[in-house]
Design a protein around this ligand. Structure first.
Ligand code: ADP
Ligand code: MG
Length: 339
């Protein structure tokens, strides 16, 4: 090879390397913020994520898979068939939910228990209209309740009592949020926030490259989203946040008494404790959702004890103060800069 050719080859090689470096260093960031909202499970969802393509089909697919497993509103879902004793076959979603429910029921002294469904129905929060069952009815239904009466062996459910029924409403939204975040992460998404009916799972940062900002509603007896106001807000990421309250879903009896939709599985009665709303931050939204529901049953002191036992769980409770206003109570481990 003569010198000229040699120099040309070297020059081309150098230019090639420089070109490649430039492509990688100056590579324009691909992707954009996608935002979707809609209605699922009779509530609204809002999802945002940074990605180079639209994942709305996959999101709807996740919703459908969760719905066909644990939604009592879908007559052909796994849970509906199991509740009617038409099948004993458990799918992967439900097997996971039952396994988590055993654990979550244990750590909440039975305050969270998806077998509460016969009681939820009896109090008119399931398929039936408002009802005020008497103590004898409640006592007989209570015998069907207890997640320890249910187990899964080789993909089949075993119920000690055929009348035992499951209600995953208290964790289905949280689980749905987690599943969507997992699906997005499998596809390489780092920054996302998934909210279904107020339960939130998030990772990474928002479009301003800051932590996600979460707001807690002021408890108010109205289901109207236009009446919402925020009592406090904080920034978080890489976790799940769920809020439970008895102030949006309740019945009012003729004498004016409010009956909330959260039932104490131990007594069988709707439970109104000193906690008006509980907001829980946990490593995932399934856990946060279950704990938030349980904390409504446990009341402030016992809920604080549960949070104290699990360092990766934090909570904010809204209680009523003596003058009729609201009091915000933080768990001990709640970061001081987020109050
Ligand atoms: P929301 O669905 O309003 O966000 P929750 O997550 O607290 O509220 O779920 C409450 C629902 O869970 C009730 O409507 C009922 O179907 C069911 N449920 C009621 N009490 C309990 C309980 N102690 N444990 C588990 N599920 C419950
Ligand atoms: Mg819940």
């Amino acid at each position: 090879m003569d010198d000229k050719k040699k120099y040309r080859a070297i020059l081309l090689a150098v230019l090639g390397v420089v070109g490649l470096v430039l492509v990688f260093v100056l590579r324009p960031e691909r992707g954009k913020w996608w935002r979707h909202s809609g209605v699922v499970w009779a509530t609204e969802y809002h999802i945002q994520y940074f990605a180079d393509r639209d994942y709305s089909d996959s999101i709807l697919e996740v919703f459908r898979r969760v719905e066909m497993s644990v939604s009592a509103f879908a007559p052909e879902s796994t849970v509906s068939k199991i509740n009617d004793n038409r099948s004993d076959s458990v799918d992967a979603v439900m097997a996971y939910m039952i396994e988590r429910s055993h654990e979550l029921s244990r750590i909440t002294a039975g305050a969270f228990d998806p077998t509460v469904r016969p009681l939820v129905n009896a109090w008119g929060f399931g398929d039936d209209d408002m009802a005020l069952p008497d103590t004898a009815q409640v006592d007989s239904l209570r015998r069907l309740v207890g997640i320890d009466k249910v187990k899964v062996v080789d993909g089949r459910i075993q119920k000690q009592n055929a009348g035992t029924q499951l209600d995953f409403s208290a964790i289905a939204k949280g689980f749905g949020c987690d599943e969507i975040v997992r699906m997005l992460q499998r596809n390489g998404v780092k920054d996302c926030l998934v909210e279904v009916g107020g339960e939130i799972a998030m990772s990474g940062h928002n479009s301003e490259e800051k932590l996600w900002r979460i707001s807690i509603d002021t408890p108010a007896y109205s289901a109207d989203s236009a009446c919402r106001s925020s009592i406090m807000a904080f920034s978080m990421t890489d976790c799940g946040v769920a809020t439970s309250g008895n102030y949006r879903n309740y019945h009012t009896a003729a004498d004016g008494t409010h009956y909330g939709h959260i039932i104490d599985p131990v007594t069988g009665f709707p439970r109104q404790t000193d906690v008006l709303s509980a907001t829980v931050c946990a490593p995932n939204c399934t856990t946060a959702d279950a704990l938030a529901t349980a904390f409504m049953v446990l009341g402030l002191e016992r809920s604080q004890a549960v949070v104290d036992a699990y360092p990766d769980v934090k909570a904010v409770f809204i209680t009523a103060d003596k003058s009729g206003g609201f009091k915000t109570v933080f768990s001990k481990n709640w970061p001081a800069d987020k109050k």
